[in-house]
Ligand binder design. Structure first.
Ligand SMILES: NC(=O)c1ccc[n+]([C@@H]2O[C@H](COP(=O)([O-])OP(=O)(O)OC[C@H]3O[C@@H](n4cnc5c(N)ncnc54)[C@H](OP(=O)(O)O)[C@@H]3O)[C@@H](O)[C@H]2O)c1
Length: 316
């Protein structure tokens, strides 16, 4: 069995070794072929493609492909590029070690803001009596209750924050309020002192957080974005930070990446910018997840029953 590997901007070697190891551990007899940069660029007869931002040529040339595995959780760019023919199912990574890292990032951002950690450090405060958070802990509202959002919500709950989640369909969580659908979004926002975006980018979530919606957040609320940049209308977020309604923002993802040098976020006093590092994909668990899925497929399990099967109509 031939498997095409396209890593695009991600380094090839760790993926090549990680996939080879996971396939061998799963007892899969497969040849994993780095697809880019081959000469001549003819078909290898791949049945599976493991890809990150693949070229259209892959699908023009490889006619035996059965399933495309996305080497990440988000499929927004893959679907937007429309390179994968409709007939080919897409399977994405589900957590695969990203969710705990992202939960850690979010909880640190909350702790940083609630404790005012930026006041300290070289040149900063040396005051043993510096103010500490007291009283009622802020409520953390998580947009998206999937593999990543639910892990973030659980982590925040573990630190005793009141937590609420919002998703498309109703979800039940022990000791967390849950909200679903646009009709419950405003009331969800109105009770979220920290708003964490862990939604996929789809036509329904693009520009979801505009001025009207962000204005529903309580005075002084802090926005944390680890989902995708285009869910937030940047000018509206900046306006609400500037007029004092919002207290701050911690942003890991942006509409344009890398974030352009002249973007106002870089120098905004209320904004922390990080370069899309909240949820790096750990190769070993990702490779194991893909190998396990291929074992299932080879046993005849329908692709639509795999956990990361992408529903193209929903966009995630
Ligand atoms: N910053 C990073 O480094 C990084 C790393 C990995 C992933 N991500 C981003 O995180 C996203 C989420 O990943 P995931 O694995 O958690 O996805 P997932 O398991 O598919 O969960 C998506 C969640 O969003 C909800 N949702 C989708 N569309 C919605 C809508 N229109 N209205 C309300 N809720 C909606 C879903 O609702 P239902 O539960 O009702 O389906 C689900 O709860 C990825 O798509 C990616 O963009 C970022």
């Amino acid at each position: 069995m031939k498997v095409a590997l396209v890593t695009s901007s991600m380094p090839l070697a760790p993926w090549q070794h990680g996939i080879a190891r996971a396939f061998s551990e799963a007892g899969l007899a497969a040849e994993v072929v780095p697809w880019e940069g081959r000469q001549p660029r003819s078909a290898i007869g791949a049945r599976y493609a493991l890809v990150w931002l693949p070229p259209a040529e892959l699908f023009e040339v490889e006619h035996d492909l059965e399933v495309v595995f996305n080497l990440g959780a988000g499929v927004d760019r893959l679907l937007a590029n429309a390179v994968v023919p409709e007939r080919l199912p897409i399977v994405r990574l589900v957590d695969a070690g990203m969710a705990p890292r992202m939960a850690e990032y979010v909880c640190f951002a909350i702790a940083r803001a609630t404790r005012g950690l930026e006041r300290f450090g070289p040149g900063g405060l040396r005051d043993w009596n510096a103010s500490r958070p007291r009283g009622k802990p802020p409520t953390v509202g998580v947009l998206g209750a999937g593999a990543i959002g639910s892990k973030i919500a659980e982590a925040a709950a573990m630190f005793n924050y009141p937590v609420r989640v919002w998703s498309r369909t109703s979800r039940a969580f022990a000791s967390m309020e849950s909200f679903a659908g646009l009709e419950q979004l405003d009331v969800f926002l109105a009770g979220s002192n920290f708003l964490v975006n862990a939604l996929p980018l789809t036509r329904d979530t693009e520009n979801l957080l505009d001025r009207a919606r962000l204005s529903k957040l309580p005075e002084g609320a802090h926005v944390i974005n680890v989902g995708r940049g285009a869910t937030i209308v940047d000018a509206d977020l900046l306006a609400l930070l500037d007029d004092g309604h919002l207290g701050g923002a911690t942003l890991d993802v942006f509409r344009v990446e890398p974030l352009p040098d002249d973007d106002p976020y870089w120098s905004h006093p209320k904004v922390i910018v990080t370069p899309h590092l909240s949820g790096p994909t750990p190769v070993a668990p990702a490779a194991t997840q893909i190998a396990d899925a291929i074992v299932q497929l080879e046993r005849g399990v329908p692709v639509s029953s795999l956990p990361g099967y992408v529903d193209r109509a929903r966009g995630y």
